[in-house]
Ligand binder design. Structure first.
Ligand SMILES: Nc1ncnc2c1ncn2[C@@H]1O[C@H](COP(=O)(O)OP(=O)(O)OP(=O)(O)O)[C@@H](O)[C@H]1O
Ligand SMILES: [Mg+2]
Length: 408
């Protein structure tokens, strides 16, 4: 009946073709249905299907320090979620609580909708890659990779099979007999990665795994990790303070600041609709220009926005934000500015301009004919202006725009 099919998945059952002709039907616990089949060549490398993770108002207090303060977010199955934020914002603490290495002061952690808040690390089916790699210097690459399987008493035959697969995936097959000290930084990083994925856990946590590598290797490794995570459909929580890494790798970014989540969204949402001035400043290189609008003043800056000057009513005394790439330069209308600096970057140039006490940067294509000390004009399309109220929160455009007569 199942001739020609290596294995089939049905709701609630797993049908596995053994060595004998008859298929075995195995019950699976509901609601979890794991697809443990390898259907085609490209899927040969796939690990069992993955599960999702959810944090509900999780806090961690160290005395008076609120390392994590009521953090709630969900990680869709098979997605890569980046925890991003400045040093000390609570990224590692969040990761350690997910792994079970620290207990939350409050809140719940769920994996596959199962409450694991008080579960031991080994019961969570999670693997973790530490920033330092934490490789054993006296063990060779093969032993480092299978160390966890050996501890869990996985059979030698199964260990060898999984090792061969992981080594092939990560390009480590030629190095299995070497000690970590005989490897480059990138190769060591791959061994640490191998040790995590050989565990075949549905959730993998990574704490700044690339921070020891040089810029070029970082760029290569982040592509490799992303490709691997996608191919194996691992649910991954990846910690970094590097917003470029976050933007280029993540399905979702959770941006933390002082233990609290400032915004949780896709990279495009954080970039295009930052929830507040912290997000606007943190995402983007260079960041969004943020220009204070003093009540009754700031008209010169608002005049950079094309069309009749408009200002959301809630923004008098707030902030105007404009991305550097949205600013057009030198059209003899808009805002009159002085040129404070020009940086030529090859594909484009960054022009720093002053208007009154404010400074803003424009990114223009290629080489720019302007030089320090020149004067010019800046303007930007109406839709490029982002408005923040006096608490720093972004104000929705559509409902709040009002004529800017107050700016006269
Ligand atoms: N064991 C601890 N005891 C007391 N305070 C701690 C402890 N661990 C972390 N903290 C504090 O909690 C806050 C968050 O620390 P955490 O290590 O999570 O930050 P992080 O975002 O990972 O920073 P980095 O980017 O520098 O690694 C910091 O203020 C830190 O000093
Ligand atoms: Mg950390």
């Amino acid at each position: 009946m199942y001739q020609g099919v290596s294995s089939v998945s049905l709701p609630g059952v797993r049908i596995v073709r053994g060595a004998c002709a008859a298929a075995r039907v195995l019950p699976l616990p509901r609601p979890l249905v794991r697809i443990r089949h390898y259907v085609d060549a490209s899927a040969d490398e796939r690990f069992p299907c993955v599960s999702a993770l959810r944090l509900e108002r999780v806090s961690k207090h160290w005395g008076a320090t609120k390392a994590v303060d009521e953090a709630s977010f969900a990680t869709p199955s098979g997605a890569l979620v980046v925890l991003l934020g400045p040093s000390g914002c609570g990224k590692s603490t969040t990761l350690r609580m997910i792994a079970g290495l620290d207990a939350p002061s409050a809140g719940r952690i769920l994996i596959d909708e199962r409450d694991v808040t008080r579960a031991a690390p080994a019961e969570r089916r999670i693997s973790m890659v530490f920033q330092s790699y934490a490789l054993f210097p006296h063990l060779d690459v093969a032993e480092n990779i299978v160390f966890g399987l050996r501890v869990r008493k996985v059979s030698p035959a199964e260990r060898d099979t999984r090792l061969a697969k992981v080594a092939h995936l990560l390009g480590l097959s030629p190095y299995l007999a070497r000690k970590p000290s005989q490897l480059s930084g990138g190769q060591q990083q791959r061994v640490a990665l191998g040790r995590a994925i050989i565990a075949e856990t549905p959730v993998c946590l990574m704490d700044e795994p690339l921070s020891n590598l040089d810029a070029q290797l970082r760029a290569e490794m982040r592509q490799e990790i992303r490709a691997l995570q996608t191919r194996l459909r691992i649910t991954m929580v990846y910690v970094t303070h590097d917003q470029v890494e976050a933007m280029s790798m993540a399905d979702r970014v959770v941006l933390l600041n002082k233990g609290r989540i400032e915004q949780d969204g896709t990279p495009a949402e954080l970039y295009e609709t930052p929830a507040n001035v912290f997000v606007a400043r943190f995402i983007g290189t260079p960041p969004m220009n943020l220009l204070p609008l003093v009540a009754g003043g700031g008209g010169a800056i608002v005049a950079g926005t094309e069309g009749p000057p408009m200002l959301p009513a809630a923004c008098a005394g707030g902030t105007l934000g404009v991305r550097p790439e949205h600013i057009a330069i030198g059209f003899e209308d808009g805002v009159r500015v002085g040129v404070a600096n020009v940086e030529y970057l090859g594909a484009d140039s960054l022009v720093t301009c002053t208007v009154g006490d404010a400074q803003l940067q424009a990114r223009v294509a290629g080489r720019c004919a302007l030089a320090r000390g020149d004067t010019t004009w800046l303007k930007w399309p109406r839709g490029a202006a982002t408005w923040f109220d006096d608490t720093g929160r972004r104000v929705a455009h559509d409902s709040t725009e009002a004529p800017a007569t107050m700016l006269a």
